[in-house]
Design a protein around this ligand. Structure first.
Ligand code: HXC
Length: 530
């Protein structure tokens, strides 16, 4: 090497002081909490905030913002603490090649508690998400309002709740609970579209076990009060309950694959290797079996979906109705289906809330709705009436009637009374209504109907004569009413279809509806929690 060449190489190798300083500052800021805090986090089986982002986004796609923001609070010794990024990492990344905005609370830094600067960072990334029309994903792991920062922390939460509400129905908002989420902090996820919790390590509650004990005398563990199963199966606050954090991020990525970036777009269409004319023989079997026999409606959905894939939402809550996403001919379709395996598929308070909010989400984000009907009616009982089945059931009617996206309904088996109306019937605004030949569409089931229609006749004669008459009347009622043909004769069912052709029929219908336009479709719609 010549002297001149060596000089050049030396020159390039020397890092200027300001760049060196920048690297040191960044490295220090990226450290997160003290090593013992990181160890404590790991000991609980939890990932660090940076590891979580790594699992969530496409490789090397995360770009951090506001790394150097820190608190301006000097009370209670905060001035002496190193508070990297103020306990939250924010930035942009890509999921499946599409842009998203992210914030991830870092429990190793002051317990991920939310002070003013922490809140401002979250608000800034949310504002960027809305302005640029991309989904926002929040990873929450926090001790709540930062006690040292007093009312500033509470105001920080208020700013976030305000933005959650304004962003509702504009961009998809996803909350992932990965540790504690306590006090008023729970209301940010509750305002978003989908909440994930990891079994065993996520907790949500307004007041913790100690306050509960003091106020009501009840003794309860963290898990029973606000663990994943509690919110997944009982309260309905949680939509997905993965077993581990890596599994959780895989599911978040899958969910995103079904969603549009914002309310002005449609979800992405994928290449479809599954023939659209593939027959659906399982539905023929359904028409052969005893109509009182329960079955999991998932089998029907798998049979209809591209490659038999169904991404279920709220699997453990109100199992009498099933909701989720599938693809049909490569296009995303939202599914709402009665599930005869639970409560005979009857509609109750929880099922109404679950389905209604999902339908409103689908409508807001331009996702067509497939409704599969097998419903004997509303779940009866004093508890349901006093709990407000009228008020909650009305949400389901409202959601379906309001929805302007393409709506296709298939009556598989039973569709009785008010529940027939509610499940996207023709005059509630469905575009295509199909029925299988084994469908029973009537005001009420044969057994109940004949007792009302022929109560006097059925009380006359000997018990044997009564039993015989009951069988005859039931058969006659079934023949005349409990079939799809009366409904088809009025046009409320467009077509009674071959069970083996259902996949093709519904795909054809959705293709026809691709450019459907209806008044009100551009109205601003928030996805209010129901
Ligand atoms: C400041 C907090 C904090 C908080 C935790 N820390 N929560 N700092 N404000 N809210 C700090 C701890 O002092 C500790 O700091 C570190 O975070 C880790 O906390 P630990 O208690 O050691 O962790 P752990 O044993 O895992 O317990 C986690 C916890 C507990 C269950 C979340 O920290 C806890 O109960 N925190 C308070 C929860 C709470 O009541 N929050 C306020 C809710 S009211 P060092 O320095 O030791 O590392 C609320 C109102 C919001 O949020 C209203 C919005 C409208």
């Amino acid at each position: 090497m010549t002297d001149a060449g060596a000089k050049k190489t030396r020159k390039r190798a020397a890092v200027p002081q300001n760049i060196k300083h920048m690297r040191e500052v960044i490295e220090k800021a990226r450290e997160g909490g003290d090593p013992d805090r990181v160890l404590a986090q790991k000991a609980k089986g939890k990932l660090t905030a940076r590891e979580r982002i790594h699992y969530l986004v496409d490789e090397d796609s995360f770009q951090e913002l506001d790394l150097l923001v820190t608190t301006r609070c000097n009370d209670f010794g905060l001035q002496d603490k190193h508070i990297p990024g103020d306990g939250v990492i924010t930035g942009i990344g890509r999921v499946g090649g599409r842009e998203v905005a992210i914030f991830a609370q870092d429990f190793t830094v002051l317990g991920g508690s939310l002070g003013l600067a922490h809140a401002n960072k979250i608000c800034k990334i949310m504002d960027m998400a809305v302005e640029n029309r991309v989904p926002v994903i929040g990873l929450l792991d926090s001790g709540g309002a930062r006690i040292q920062e007093g009312v500033d922390s509470l105001d920080g939460y208020a700013k976030i709740f305000y933005r959650n509400t304004k962003a509702s129905g504009v961009i998809p908002q996803i909350s992932v609970i990965l540790g504690p989420c306590a006090g008023g902090a729970v209301y940010s996820p509750a305002l978003t579209d989908f909440v994930f919790m990891v079994e065993g390590s996520s907790h949500m509650f307004v007041t913790g076990p100690e306050v509960v004990k003091a106020a009501t005398g009840e003794t309860v563990t963290f898990d029973v009060l606000g663990g994943g199963m509690t919110h997944g199966a009982k309260s309905g606050n949680c939509h997905f309950l993965p077993r581990s954090e890596p599994d959780c991020f895989r599911q978040v990525r899958e969910l995103i694959s079904f969603l549009p970036q914002n309310r002005w777009e449609k979800p992405p269409r994928l290449a479809n290797p599954d023939p659209i004319r593939r027959t659906t023989p399982l539905l023929e079997v359904l028409c052969e079996v005893d109509p009182r026999k329960p079955y999991r409606v998932h089998h029907v959905i798998w049979q209809l979906a591209d490659e038999h894939k169904f991404f279920e939402v709220m699997h453990d809550f109100a199992k009498n109705i099933v909701i989720g996403f599938m693809r049909l001919g490569g296009d995303v379709v939202g599914v709402v289906a009665n599930n005869p395996a639970h409560k005979a598929g009857a509609i109750d308070i929880d099922a109404s809330d679950k389905a209604a909010r999902f339908i409103r989400f689908l409508n807001t984000f331009n996702i067509p709705i497939l409704t599969l009907v097998d419903v004997p009616g509303y779940w009866p009982g004093v508890e349901q009436e006093h709990g407000g089945i009228i008020r909650h059931g009305a949400k389901l009617l409202h959601a379906y009637a309001e929805a302007t996206v393409p709506k296709v309904t298939v009556v598989l088996r039973k569709a009785y009374g008010g529940a027939y109306i509610a499940m996207s019937s023709k005059h509630m605004g469905a575009d295509f209504n199909f029925a299988l030949p084994c469908a029973e569409i009537a005001v009420m089931g044969p057994a109940g109907a004949i007792e009302i229609l022929f109560s006097r006749k059925l009380k006359a004669g000997t018990p044997e004569e009564q039993a015989k008459l009951r069988v005859e009347l039931t058969d006659d009622y079934k023949r005349r009413f409990a079939s799809p043909y009366q409904t088809a004769s009025t046009g409320s069912v467009d077509e009674v279809i071959e069970p083996s052709e259902v996949r093709h029929k519904i795909a054809r219908a959705f293709r026809f509806l691709e450019n459907k336009r209806q008044p009100g479709e551009h109205d601003n719609r928030g996805n209010i929690p129901l």
